[in-house]
Ligand binder design. Structure first.
Ligand code: GLY
Length: 296
């Protein structure tokens, strides 16, 4: 099979009304492409577990880029704390996730480490302790930009000057979750996903990213990564829905677009998906930086 890797930098970003949204979008797509290239190495070299290694290598590039809401630069919670969610999954049934992980540079690596244990998910204090025990150093991922976003979110909350998406709480605009899906030459699939959550959230809030079937799904027919309104992705089991369509023979593009079209307004969602012989990228309004690289 033809190896391929896809990455995304979060549904709804950059918003069309953002200053220089075209430039920001081009920049974000460039980073997605660089992340694909980082993962494509594993696919080309045919390393063991190539799809998983590729999806992890791509996710690390995006987690380390402070412009994305994952790893370094992730959003802060309303109390100023920073908690991270991430997951990894493969088409042969492996899945592991961490939620509300604190002060750790690459949450996807901690999720991968968890694959070596009997558990599929750790959260909060337990996840953070596990990371330290397995040698992941304590690190601060708080950036000036994230602090600015946090202050702005608090200000909007205090003044009631909320965006349309914020009317319930009220805002779900600052996505920028990252993710990758890969298909290796041997026909195996993998997916990784990582996020700092949304722009307004309580400490302890968990979104779709670490939830099997919501943020990620992989099986014998392909792999899917979701991004967008985490609560709705969980309730709709968004990644699973897209996968089910692929399993029934739909093209991944059509499968992803169908779930985008069905997603209730005004909430945003986006997907990257691969099947045995095709791939797809779809997001609400098309606002999602993403890239795909064939590796062979
Ligand atoms: N989709 C990321 C989140 O809601 O946490």
């Amino acid at each position: 099979m033809k190896p391929i890797i896809l990455t995304h930098g979060g549904a709804g970003r950059p918003t069309p009304d953002a200053p220089d949204s075209t430039g920001a979008r081009e920049e974000a797509i460039k980073v997605c492409l660089a992340a694909c290239e980082a993962g494509a190495g594993a696919l080309r070299n045919g390393v063991a577990d190539a799809a998983l290694e590729a999806a992890i290598a791509a996710a690390i590039v995006l987690e380390d880029d402070p412009r994305f809401n994952a790893g370094t630069g992730a959003n802060l919670r309303l109390d100023g704390s920073l908690e991270l969610d991430a997951s990894v999954a493969t088409g042969d049934g492996r899945f592991a996730a961490v939620a509300c992980l604190r002060a750790t540079k690459n949450p996807v690596l901690v999720a991968r480490e968890l694959l070596r244990t009997p558990h599929v998910m750790l959260c909060g204090e337990g996840a953070t302790r596990f990371a330290r025990q397995r040698g992941f150093a304590e690190a601060s991922m708080v950036t000036e930009k994230a602090l600015k976003r946090w202050k702005a979110a608090r200000e909007r909350l205090a003044t009631g000057n909320l965006r349309p998406y914020e009317q319930k709480w009220k805002e779900m605009q600052f996505h920028g979750t990252i993710g990758a899906v890969a298909r290796a030459r041997d026909g195996t699939f993998a997916v990784t996903c990582s996020t700092g959550g949304t722009s307004m959230m309580l400490p302890g809030r968990i979104g779709d990213t670490p939830i099997w079937g919501a943020g990620v799904f992989a099986g014998e027919h392909g792999a899917v990564c979701s991004t967008g309104h985490g609560e709705l992705c969980i309730k709709r089991m968004a990644a699973w829905r897209v996968y089910q369509r692929i399993a029934k023979g739909e093209h991944p593009q059509a499968a992803a677009q169908a779930e985008v079209d069905d997603f209730p307004e005004p909430y945003e969602v986006g997907f990257i998906a691969v099947s045995k012989d095709a791939h797809g990228i779809a997001a609400t309004g098309g606002y999602m930086p993403a890239a795909a690289v064939e590796a062979g």
